[in-house]
Design a protein around this ligand. Structure first.
Ligand code: ME8
Length: 661
């Protein structure tokens, strides 16, 4: 009988800057699952790649004075180098500039057109260049910016093709709410409320204002919208509508698409709609994880951004602590769905406690005792005791628990389960006190049983850890005397697999302890240097990458400006608006008896950051109600390069009510 297949994909990444630890998260997570499934005997297809078209790439290449293809070729090499460094076992790498993909996207576009789902119209609206996303006015955030990255959007108006999505609204709603397509499920309702309930709008799927994309073959001044091009990769890479591969029948539908929450909408709504329109089967699961943010010295979580210099470089970490330790750390920290702040302290603590003290120590103590008391080869005579039963039970039930976590893409939980067994085995050493048994010749058979049970536990634990840490586990097998046959998936569900007279081999320390103080000092120095360099050295092109000032608004006269009454005000008190993550409510002394203003800055300011400070308000703005709270005016703030907002603070000695002219 043919083997069961398993198809897993990462997003295809934009080669618009070097990959960082965030890209590593998705890729290492998929790699671990792919390896696990291979171990279970599945015929696995693990796909990753790069999403190389679009205006953003075209602009960057222009800034650098190279062609878009030259630009992406260089960065794709860095991605591939990183994946090989991180031991990523992908089966196929797709580049959207590959000829077969381009051809297939043209056919897909034509097919959608012929079926009546794509039609020609005129696009009028807002476009976010960094996100390559179109938005309608009503979808913009409270500052009129992109609702995803909160950067300014530009006006866009052009002849364009549209994809009719409304025929699929009901089916998509059911897919999200009534099936287990989306993991974690709690995000489904939010998607339905935000995008489906207000009416699924037609999607603009072609552009004429730039050329770096897949040309629409029946209307060559248009290029295909980059998301239609990108999402298609999951099927073109298998040979859908092209002759490069013949794997579509075999692997489609995908078992897991894994992405971060920033691109959930595309995978939860647009992609299913495309497949429905093409009358193709839908993927089985979309696993959505949170962001890895950077935790700075003050313990605040920041978005990783080149302009802040806080991008965590996986090559640097791998060089210092080993690739497997880094793979372990990112898998162990991030719960499916939640964000996870990357902190050097937490990473080093984790490596020291789990890997050096927990697992590494278990292996080295066990092997050292087998070596010391039996010259490396255990005697065949073993005497079991009651205490052994609970260790064996923990170890024997482990594979089933890990299987379940892998199937739910809950890798953090899988590692937690495995480390429960590590702790159990370490506790078994304390319970059985082999160093005492070793002093008494008459207890040799008992000592042999203790060490054998430990070696068997390590065999199962290391076998289940191998998909997560593929470099280190073969070294463990070498040390505990396990042969390849002992660590097959079948044998990881059994105890008493290795021969009674197994021979161990003392080896190198698997995970050396890290000197926390020294490393933190060195890492902080690196970060500070990067931050300073980021400030000083960003080329205009790179600044442009992080911050798009947007187009200047239409010219106005001095009289127009004078209609806005800007005043200095003092924040007397400030609190978060209930039921809103974004809003703060400020009580102000405006020099005219006081007023209340609601502002969408809660993501960047705590109430105490503002209380007692003078700010600037638009004092004659028509009142509005935000989340049930009345706002009498608005406060002035500037966009920051990382998509945040920075409140404008005037000279603090100015009196309340002073007019700004
Ligand atoms: O969105 N934390 O590409 P992209 C966690 N080309 N994951 C992160 C991360 C972080 N800080 N930063 C990036 C695109 N990722 C499109 C995708 S797919 C048809 C097209 C990971 O290079 C995460 O998987 O911006 C996220 O979804 C993806 O990189 C976005 O990569």
């Amino acid at each position: 009988m043919d083997k069961k297949t398993f198809y897993i994909t990462t997003p295809i990444y934009y080669p618009s800057g070097n990959p960082h630890i965030g890209h590593c998260y998705t890729t290492v997570a998929c790699d671990s699952i792919a390896r696990y499934k291979r171990m279970q005997g599945y015929d696995v297809m693990f796909l990753t790649g790069t999403d190389e078209h679009g205006q953003k790439i075209e602009e960057k290449a222009k800034d650098k004075g190279v062609t878009p293809k030259q630009y992406v070729d260089e960065i794709v090499e860095v991605f591939k180098k990183l994946w090989s460094y991180m031991n990523i076992s992908y089966d196929r790498y797709i580049r959207t500039t590959d000829d077969y993909h381009v051809e297939a996207v043209q056919k897909i576009f034509k097919e959608l057109y012929d079926r009546g789902y794509i039609y020609k119209g005129e696009y009028k609206g807002k476009y976010c260049t960094p996100c390559e996303s179109f938005w309608t006015e009503s979808q913009l955030d409270e500052n009129g910016c992109c609702p995803e990255c909160h950067r300014p959007v530009t006006e866009a108006k052009e002849e364009a093709y549209f994809f009719k999505m409304s025929p699929f609204a009901d089916r998509i709603e059911k897919l999200l709410l009534e099936t287990d397509y989306l993991q974690p499920k709690y995000r489904a309702q939010e998607l339905v409320n935000n995008f489906i309930k207000p009416g699924l709008e037609d999607l603009c799927v072609s552009r004429t204002s730039f050329t770096w994309g897949v040309p629409v073959d029946f209307d060559s001044k248009h290029v295909v919208y980059v998301w239609i091009d990108a999402l298609s990769n999951y099927i073109t890479a298998l040979g859908y509508e092209n002759g490069a591969y013949k794997d579509y029948e075999k692997y489609w539908p995908a078992d897991v698409h894994m992405v971060a929450k920033d691109i959930m909408r595309f995978h939860a709504i647009i992609w299913p709609a495309m497949l429905m329109a093409l009358e193709q089967p839908l993927p089985k699961h979309l696993a959505v994880h949170g962001w890895i943010t950077f935790q700075n010295k003050n313990g605040e979580a920041q978005k990783m951004s080149k302009s802040l210099g806080n991008v965590v470089d996986p090559f640097m970490l791998g060089e210092r602590y080993g690739v497997d330790a880094i793979r372990y750390h990112i898998m162990r920290e991030m719960a499916l769905g939640a964000d996870s702040a990357f902190s050097n302290e937490i990473m080093i603590n984790r490596i020291n406690s789990d890997l050096a003290n927990g697992f590494g120590n278990l292996v080295s103590r066990t092997v050292a005792m087998a070596d010391k008391y039996f010259g490396g080869t255990l005697p065949a005579d073993r005497e079991e005791a009651e205490v052994d039963a609970s260790l064996k039970e923990t170890v024997l039930s482990l594979r089933g628990k890990v299987d379940e976590c892998i199937d739910g893409t809950r890798l953090k939980n899988a590692l937690e389960e495995i480390f429960v067994a590590v702790d159990r085995a370490n506790k078994y050493i304390d319970e059985t006190e082999p160093w005492k048994l070793g002093k008494d010749e008459a207890k040799s058979a008992r000592l042999a049983a203790v060490l054998y049970n430990l070696l068997e536990s390590i065999r199962v634990i290391s076998g289940l850890l191998a998909p997560f840490m593929p470099n280190t586990m073969p070294k463990v097998w070498e040390q505990i005397g396990a042969k390849a046959d002992d660590v097959t998936y079948d044998n990881l569900g059994r105890f008493d697999v290795m021969p009674a007279d197994v021979t161990v081999h003392k080896g190198e320390i698997l995970f050396p302890r890290i000197d926390m103080d020294k490393e933190i000092a060195e890492l902080n120095a690196i970060i500070e240097k990067n931050m300073a360099a980021a400030k000083a050295n960003l080329s205009d092109a790179e600044k442009g990458d992080e911050f798009t000032p947007g187009e200047l608004a239409e010219e106005i006269t001095i009289d127009d400006f004078a209609r806005a009454d800007l005043r200095v005000a003092l924040v007397k008190s400030c609190e978060k608006v209930k039921r809103s993550k974004k809003l703060l409510c400020l009580q102000l002394d405006d020099g005219f008896g006081g007023r209340q203003v609601v502002s969408g800055i809660a993501e960047w300011y705590q109430p105490e950051d503002l209380t007692g400070k003078k700010i600037i308000i638009v004092a004659n703005l028509k009142p509005a109600v935000l989340c049930g709270v009345e706002s009498q005016g608005m406060i002035l703030a500037a966009d920051t390069p990382d998509g945040g907002a920075s409140v404008v603070f005037p000279d603090q000695s100015l009196p309340c009510g002073a007019k700004i002219r």
